[in-house]
Write a protein that binds this ligand. Structure first.
Ligand code: GLU
Ligand code: MG
Length: 435
């Protein structure tokens, strides 16, 4: 018997999980036009494999069609190569399916381009933790780095082989916590790369006998695992559009308006960018995550940060200049998280909003009146509150296909229900198992 090489075609769904089906590799060209069968109610499979209330029930058929632009084939050791392709969910007639996460992102990117002529470049920075204690007291430590040299070198090699440009990797501050940074990618590719990075991290960890988790927080007394999304723009000719030396904090008018939209709608979109029950334990003050809808100039206690650049000349600065969205985590599907951020930014452009001044003080010391006076709000402190805020604003829900908000709510309610009887340690443990 000769094993038959398989390709796994997958979608990163609204649970942020990568799900799909395998088919014989020699059928690829057929599958690229006909896909594999997919079921509408799959969209309601939560990260805990419970199925939320579904308007589709047992009805309907869809196709999951592999995209050659999102193919990964990597050999770990002597075993059969891992071979997967991200794809799109379409109807039997081949039209995009409303609740396909890649379709939702494509629409958001189109809105941005139609509004501004800008193409979005983004880079998803990921923190993760390995199971077990790891060497103690190794925040950015060399010993902690060397303890996982094989894992880190294997992961960076795998990313490179998958066509992603590795930037840097480090032993982060938290216990057994690491961070991997990749170069920006255009449009859809950035979100695809984030998914691929997560999958390759899991595979690499397994290969070297470790277990990796991207869960938003493992222990409420310690740090969280963030996903920071770096954002910049270019026009069709490749000219950077993000920077203007005379703009606020160096932001161009486009960036300023885009940032203002994100900040205005942050309380409404965190349900999509930090979508787990424990995400809200991470989004608390003094964790260098994001607790208020504030702009920071090189300040890591801000939801949106204007990042430093190393270049000195104006062209170099313009090329490097970017803003960083910090209120995301890896329970979020990167496509959905990016779509939410892009739509909020687009609303800022459409409404010609201007960003508030960057903060430098500790907002957690302000009274709620002082916060209101300065135009800031505390971000939702629970998933339930975040879902309420998402659903409450018709401007926000209209960015997404009709009924998306309803489906999303039902999906997340099932997830909340699954964790309802667990104490906080139990909830963290449950998420550590699934992400
Ligand atoms: N661990 C922090 C977070 O949850 C980020 C720390 C940093 O890299 O600035 O977002
Ligand atoms: Mg970090």
């Amino acid at each position: 018997m000769k094993p038959m090489p398989l390709i796994f075609v997958a979608i990163c769904d609204i649970a942020g999980k990568v799900r799909g089906k395998g088919f014989p590799a020699d059928q690829l060209s057929k599958r690229m036009s006909r896909g594999v069968g997919w079921v509408p109610t799959n969209v309601q499979i939560t990260c805990f494999d419970r199925i939320g209330e579904s308007p589709f029930g047992s009805l309907g058929d869809l196709l999951l069609v592999p995209d050659p632009a999102a193919e990964v084939k990597i050999s770990f050791g002597d075993t059969a190569p891992e071979h997967f392709m991200l794809g799109d969910i379409v109807t039997l007639e081949g039209a995009p399916w409303d609740f396909c996460t890649r379709h939702i992102l494509r629409e958001a990117l189109k809105r941005l381009y139609d509004l501004s002529g800008a193409k979005l470049f983004s880079a998803f920075e990921h923190e993760f933790q390995l199971k077990g204690q790891g060497p103690p007291h190794q925040g950015f430590g060399r010993v902690g780095f060397e303890a996982q040299r094989t894992l880190q070198e294997t992961l960076m090699g795998a990313l490179h082989e998958a066509g992603i440009t590795p930037d840097s990797i480090m032993k982060e501050y938290g216990p057994n916590q690491y961070e991997v940074v990749i170069a920006p990618e255009i449009g859809m590719r950035a979100a695809d790369a984030a998914v691929i990075l997560r999958e390759l991290t899991y595979s690499t960890a397994r290969f070297v006998g470790e277990k990796a988790t991207f869960a938003p927080i493992l222990n409420t007394k310690s740090v969280g695992n963030g996903v920071h999304i770096h954002l910049s723009f270019k026009d069709d000719a490749g000219t950077p559009l993000t920077y203007d030396s005379k703009g606020p904090c160096g932001m161009s008018k486009l960036t300023d308006e885009f940032a203002a939209g994100i900040l205005k709608y942050l309380p409404n979109i965190v349900a999509l960018t930090a979508p787990s029950v424990v995400s809200y334990e991470r989004l608390t003050p003094h964790r260098w995550s994001a607790a208020y809808n504030n702009l920071g100039f090189r300040d890591r206690e801000a939801s949106l940060r204007v990042c430093p650049v190393t270049a000195k000349d104006p062209d170099g600065i313009a090329k490097q200049f970017n803003i960083e969205y910090r209120a995301a985590d890896a329970a979020a599907c990167p496509h959905l998280a990016l779509a939410a951020v892009v739509h909020a930014g687009c609303q800022g452009i459409e409404d010609a909003l201007t960003s508030p001044e960057a903060t430098q003080d500790d907002l957690s010391l302000l009274s709620s009146d002082e916060l209101t006076d300065r135009g800031f709000v505390r971000l939702p402190t629970s998933l339930q509150e975040a879902l309420d805020k998402f659903e409450a604003d018709p401007i926000v829900t209209r960015w997404f296909p009709i009924d998306f908000a309803k489906i999303y709510r039902a999906h997340k309610e099932a997830e909340i229900m699954y964790t309802a009887d667990l104490d906080m340690d139990g909830k963290c443990a449950a998420y550590a198992e699934t992400y």
